[in-house]
Design a protein around this ligand. Structure first.
Ligand code: PCA
Length: 323
């Protein structure tokens, strides 16, 4: 065997070590592995691993198995997880702009949701930078409708029902229609319906299917009230510790995931409503006129309340969105 001169040997060892040095990140997420957001996250993680030749390995932990939905943002901020997927509207009490995509009837289509994201994102970039994080990409959930046990014709029919909320805004809707709000994360929703804690809630067809809501609730009213977004956020120190090619690969995979996720959401919307029907659920589309009118009124009240809290920054966002 031919020996390398010592200096050269040391150098080649260092190169080999750098090539093999693997950075491992944990990515807590709150929705089941089969949900379209989670499938997209896994593909994002696979893309990053492939593009970096295995240098950055991201492990996705779906279904709130590592952190509960409302804890993921703090975990990423504190570095307990380097990267995570959050539901932006969960953090509206911390900063109103996080809740812009949860205001009923502000942005009600996929096009509107992405338009809203384009005006929301620069504000988010600033806020998350202050918090030592950055946002990589965001994907909307399908449009939100009302799951309810009995047929309804107006908001008055929701009085007194046990209503599952997933965010401050969905709890506020309950108050405004006279329902009884209880906050339950998606990962615990099946259980909450099975034990009778929840009789009604607003969400997408996707979450209704994920949680087998059809086993407990027979109606879904297609109000198309808003499309909340999941966002993938990363700890800034963890990002800065990566070399430039790895950072670039991560950003490229994220941009691809945003495009792919939007299409996956649209597909999940159609498919999940079909699957709910196939499992015996009645999809009421369009909803009764009085119900729509009542919910729009709820939305007007909530937009006003949101603007009061969000101040000039909020007004600027709404104006830019409506331009
Ligand atoms: N599903 C999530 C948030 C919005 C949605 O469609 C949930 O119900 O928790």
């Amino acid at each position: 065997m031919k020996l390398l001169p010592p200096l050269l040997a040391a150098a080649s060892l260092a190169v080999a070590a750098a090539a093999h040095a693997q950075v491992k990140w944990d990515l807590p997420a709150a929705y089941p592995a089969t949900n379209f957001h989670s499938v997209n996250l896994q593909q994002f993680a696979d893309d990053v691993e492939r593009a970096t030749g295995g240098k950055l390995k991201i492990t996705v932990h779906p279904n709130a198995s590592l952190f509960k939905a409302p804890e993921i943002k703090r975990a990423v901020q504190g570095g307990q997880a380097q990267i995570g997927e959050i539901l932006l509207v969960n953090f509206q009490n911390e900063w109103p702009i996080f809740g812009a995509d949860g205001i009923p009837f502000l942005a009600t289509s996929y096009d509107d949701a992405m338009k809203l994201w384009r005006v929301q994102k620069p504000m988010l970039d600033k806020k998350l930078a202050e918090q030592g994080m950055m946002v990589l990409y965001a994907v909307p959930w399908p449009p939100q409708g009302i799951y309810v046990k009995k047929p309804i014709s107006s908001a008055a029919d929701l009085k007194g029902v046990k209503w599952r909320a997933y965010s401050p805004a969905t709890a506020r809707i309950a108050e405004l229609v006279g329902a009884q709000p209880v906050t339950v994360q998606a990962a615990e929703l099946s259980q909450a319906m099975a034990t009778g804690v929840v009789e009604s809630y607003m969400s997408s067809g996707a979450t209704g299917f994920d949680t087998k809501t059809y086993e407990h609730i027979k109606y879904w009213y297609d109000t198309q009230a808003w499309l909340p977004k999941n966002a993938v956020i990363v700890n800034r120190r963890a990002f800065d510790a990566l070399d430039k090619p790895t950072q670039d690969a991560l950003l490229k995979a994220a941009a691809d995931a945003e495009v792919r996720g939007l299409e996956a959401s649209k597909k999940a919307n159609t498919e999940s409503l079909d699957k709910l029907r196939a499992n015996g659920m009645t999809i009421v589309s369009p909803p009764p006129a009085q119900l729509t009118a009542d919910m729009k009124k709820v939305g007007e009240t909530m937009l006003k309340e949101w603007l009061d809290k969000a101040g000039p920054e909020g007004q600027q966002l709404v104006d830019a969105f409506r331009k």
